[in-house]
Ligand binder design. Structure first.
Ligand SMILES: *[C@@H]1O[C@H](CO)[C@@H](O)[C@H](O)[C@H]1NC(C)=O
Ligand SMILES: *[C@@H]1O[C@H](CO)[C@@H](O)[C@H](O)[C@H]1NC(C)=O
Ligand SMILES: *[C@@H]1O[C@H](CO)[C@@H](O)[C@H](O)[C@H]1NC(C)=O
Ligand SMILES: *[C@@H]1O[C@H](CO)[C@@H](O)[C@H](O)[C@H]1NC(C)=O
Ligand SMILES: *[C@@H]1O[C@H](CO)[C@@H](O)[C@H](O)[C@H]1NC(C)=O
Ligand SMILES: *[C@@H]1O[C@H](CO)[C@@H](O)[C@H](O)[C@H]1NC(C)=O
Length: 470
């Protein structure tokens, strides 16, 4: 997903008002046309359990077999869950809240972070993981503070039994305007000392041996890093479900990353993280299954997982109904298929249809774009995707409580929760867990006067029914 991080920063500030008691319950927003047609699924009642699994078992490395995924004990680990693109840049409280939500809400808590950030048009060096290239040491300069944030994400995920897919670097979007996290064009610019982004077009990221070696230096740094919180070397950390070669890597606009590049990168990852799966991070964006996955990668024993990103039911290059053909094709090479991102469907029927297809096609995992946690400042982090679509919050609110909550949120959360159990042939638990007690403090909203704000738990709807998964 092309991620507009700047919007979400603004949205964090707007979201603070959501939980403020002094403010009268807002008038529910009119349901958009998308919501019409099918009622949301019945929402289970909540139960007085706390969501604080201090010691979950170490499930070990997740590995593929026969098109499915299994943990270190041989338990089926197929999943249906959500992307958490905020994880590498958010506050520690928000990391904890995300992990609580994932671990209590879904049968197999798996999520996908966003990429390592690179100093670039919208990313200051202080927010970048990869700051610059140093011609003296002939290596990248890294930002220790940003990697310590990542240490916290991994240590907290491990504590809650959450597994993470990490796309290492972002694709080049071909334009500075949408370059929200920094990407491989920025790496080319810094490595060669080019003045402009446009200059980087002279270098083919996928074929240039200097850039391949330079990217391997980043992978070496990442996988040899020892977590400052729990002492686990990243390359030995079973918290990574998979290392993904990149986010939406694409060649010439309509082809997957060249197979020999993906295999070269996978060989380097496997040398440093031999027990962790490698996911081909290609997104071909063409209409044809057999042209959307690189043959050399499909045939390599070094690449375990293949993925596509589906959005809506058209255009054909993104149509979620491709999942059956795409999954069958990948599995015909003995490989495992997951859907790294999907969503923005017109209505609940299409979500149900997607998950039915995931199950019938033996697709091992899927992650809806995207879920966001409570904000450290109170309320929730919200994020607009355009077209009236917003990031989701658990357990989901219906009707929509504020303009930047998605009108389909509650149904999407519950359909996905239910699918996460269906993938394991399990019954969905009848009851939700209840969130941890919130932190509460006094706020003064100039317009509405003094009231209470809180972060953590939340009261759901005007009936004050306790919400869950929060
Ligand atoms: C859901 O949306 C699809 C695509 O717009 C449409 O064809 C279908 O009729 C809708 N289903 C329902 C139940 O509204
Ligand atoms: C509700 O939670 C309590 C405490 O964890 C548990 O003992 C009980 O079995 C739960 N009730 C149901 C119906 O699941
Ligand atoms: C680093 O050195 C190379 C030649 O080895 C040169 O082309 C490049 O411009 C230098 N980069 C910077 C950032 O100075
Ligand atoms: C992949 O093959 C292309 C075409 O033969 C070549 O230009 C490129 O250097 C190769 N890349 C790698 C990483 O081997
Ligand atoms: C993919 O399908 C769309 C819509 O039918 C069409 O416009 C486009 O040309 C097709 N692309 C290719 C590469 O065939
Ligand atoms: C107070 O809350 C209202 C309603 O949410 C909001 O529109 C307004 O911007 C808030 N004012 C301040 C100063 O935060």
């Amino acid at each position: 997903m092309l991620l507009n991080i700047r919007n979400s920063i603004i949205a964090v500030l707007l979201a603070v008002a959501v939980n403020t008691l002094a403010i009268p319950a807002p008038t529910p927003f009119a349901r958009s046309a998308r919501a019409v047609g099918l009622a949301p699924p019945a929402v289970p009642a909540s139960n007085a359990t706390t969501v604080d699994p201090d010691y979950v078992p170490n499930y070990g490395f997740v590995s593929p077999s026969g098109g499915h995924l299994y943990d270190g004990f041989g338990n089926l680990w197929d999943f249906a869950s959500f992307n958490s693109p905020h994880l590498l840049t958010c506050e520690p409280f928000e990391v904890d809240d995300t992990m609580r939500t994932l671990s209590s809400g879904f049968a197999r808590p798996v999520s996908r972070t966003y990429v390592l950030q690179v100093t670039s048009i919208y990313i200051d060096a202080s927010d970048a993981h990869i700051v610059s290239w140093d011609n003296t040491s002939m290596n990248w300069v890294y930002n220790e503070a940003m990697f310590q944030k990542m240490d916290y994400v991994l240590a907290t995920a491990a504590k809650y039994g959450v597994k993470l897919v990490h796309p290492i670097i972002n694709q080049d979007y071909g334009s500075e305007d949408s370059n929200y996290a920094g990407n491989w064009a920025d790496l080319i610019r810094m490595r060669y000392g080019f003045a402009t982004y446009e200059d980087t077009y002279a270098v083919n990221w996928f074929a240039d041996p200097v850039m391949l070696d330079s990217f391997k230096l980043i992978i070496t740094y990442l996988l040899n890093r020892v977590n400052t919180i729990n002492g686990v070397r990243y390359g030995d950390d079973p918290t990574f479900l998979a290392h993904e070669t990149g986010n939406e890597m694409n060649y010439l606009g309509y082809l997957p990353a060249p197979g020999n590049w993906t295999v070269a990168v996978a060989a380097h990852i496997k040398a440093l993280a031999p027990n962790t799966m490698v996911l081909d991070g290609s997104l071909a964006r063409n209409n044809y299954t057999d042209q959307s996955f690189a043959l050399e990668a499909l045939q390599s024993p070094l690449v375990d997982l293949f993925s596509y990103h589906y959005y809506r039911d058209n255009p054909p290059a993104y149509d979620y109904r491709r999942i059956n053909a795409d999954s069958a094709y990948v599995q015909s090479f003995g490989k495992t298929y997951v859907v790294g991102e999907h969503g923005f469907y017109a209505n609940y029927s299409e979500y149900e249809d997607f998950f039915q297809r995931q199950k019938e096609s033996n697709t091992a995992g899927s992650m809806v774009w995207s879920i966001r946690p409570h904000s450290a400042e109170g309320g929730f982090i919200t994020h607009g995707e355009g077209d009236g679509i917003f990031s989701y919050h658990a357990p989901g609110w219906s009707p929509q409580q504020t303009a930047d909550f998605d009108p389909l949120e509650e149904g999407i959360i519950h359909i996905t929760r239910r699918a996460s159990y269906t993938m394991l042939h399990q019954q969905t638990p009848a009851l939700y867990p209840i969130p941890n007690a919130p932190d509460i403090w006094v706020v003064n909203n100039g317009t509405y006067g003094t009231g209470l704000s809180w972060r953590g738990g939340a009261v759901r709807g005007i009936t004050s029914e306790l919400c869950a998964l929060c």
